[in-house]
Design a protein around this ligand. Structure first.
Ligand code: MRU
Length: 348
């Protein structure tokens, strides 16, 4: 049976513990919204669409927790849980999108009984999860058009089933290209410091028997210069209205080198990752994470004690370095400022 990134059973959220993959298959059980916020912060679950869906379940867990309170306390409890969940990680807009979506449903049904609201929230959260899979499959269909046969693809971080409810975004495109019969080969950036490429993307691609080679991040420039890469596919945590894209640290560097050697650079993401109200990437908050992510490996110190560190988890790739953005609503080409608005879902 395939491993499920996110599962909801008996009013508990069961998350595949990505901190331990690929060496150990274990699960983290979130019994309330606080456990859910911890799981997002500590990266038990990660990847923009996956943390969005997880946070939506967190809102539902809060609703269950406060169901026996007065209506006012029920609402206040859920709103405050939403704030906790949204602040768990600041960069991926999917987190805010999913929590705000659940809160909107809550407010819309404020006249109903608590029991009725719980039923509506439960249906809605399952719908968020189901839609994520459907959207990823549409993205993959659209993105497959960009993949030539015999392509050598470079990817960064992890954008697969593990980063979503299922199927994946950039890795979903790769999966679709392979299953549609194309001969492809994928170079995987290890993706320092959390090694999502080495630990998660390599694991997923191997399981799907897609030919792949793991490299350290600094090898990418050499491969791009030597004409060994036909295209680069990455995911996104937030896309501004002008196309500037926040993604895993190292993406910006890849985009600069791709530009230098005329290699197409594609961003693959659902429209829920587009922050239609944000004019440029300058306004995107970049999460800074614990220095131990770079001073330690597997809990073992490797850098001198107290060395000064700088550990941003994401960077911004400027729109001019991006060839196209692949979404479920189509492929967006420059000028992004005009064309992003054209694919905006009606309720965004
Ligand atoms: O820190 P992470 O592992 O959550 O970062 C993930 C990424 O940067 C992904 O590329 C992005 O969220 C898209 S996942 C489909």
């Amino acid at each position: 049976m395939p491993l499920k990134t996110i599962n909801f059973q008996d009013n508990k959220l069961i998350l595949l513990d990505q901190r331990r993959l690929p060496l150990e298959i274990s699960f983290f059980q979130a019994e309330n919204y606080q456990d859910t916020a911890f799981a997002i912060k500590d990266m038990v679950v990660r990847g923009a669409p996956a943390i969005g869906a997880t946070a939506a379940y967190g809102v539902y867990l809060a609703a269950l927790e406060f169901k026996n309170k007065s209506k006012d306390e029920f609402f206040q409890g859920i709103i405050s849980a939403g704030e906790t969940l949204k602040s768990a990680r600041p960069t991926a807009v999917n987190l805010k999108w999913a929590v705000n979506g659940m809160l909107k449903i809550l407010f819309k049904n404020r006249e109903k009984t608590t029991e009725e609201i719980l039923t509506i929230l439960k249906t809605s959260v399952h719908e968020v999860a189901r839609e994520d899979i459907e959207i990823n499959k549409k993205i993959a269909e659209n993105g497959n058009e960009l993949i030539p046969d015999k392509a050598n693809i470079l990817t960064h971080c992890n954008t697969g089933a593990l980063a979503t409810v299922d199927y994946g975004t950039a890795l979903g495109v790769i999966r679709k290209a392979f299953s549609s019969g194309k001969t492809i080969h994928v170079y995987i950036d290890e993706t320092r410091p959390r090694l999502q490429g080495a630990r998660l993307t390599a694991f997923e691609l191997q399981n799907m028997e897609i030919p792949c080679t793991l490299i350290v991040d600094s090898v990418a420039a050499v491969l791009l210069r030597d004409g060994k890469i036909d295209l680069v596919l990455v995911g996104a945590d937030r896309i501004a209205n002008n196309g500037d894209t926040a993604n895993k640290i190292g993406t910006y560097m890849l985009s600069e080198i791709s530009q230098r050697f005329n290699v197409p650079f594609y961003v693959v993401a659902p429209t829920s990752t587009i922050d239609f109200c944000l004019p440029t990437g300058e306004e995107i908050e970049i999460e800074e994470r614990d220095p131990e992510e770079i001073t330690h490996i597997e809990g073992k110190q490797i850098a001198p004690a107290n060395v000064k560190t700088y550990n941003p988890a994401f960077d911004i790739t400027p729109a001019q370095n991006i060839t196209a953005i692949v979404t479920e609503n189509g492929i967006i080409k420059p000028p992004f400022k005009d064309n992003i608005q054209k694919i905006k879902p009606s309720l965004a």
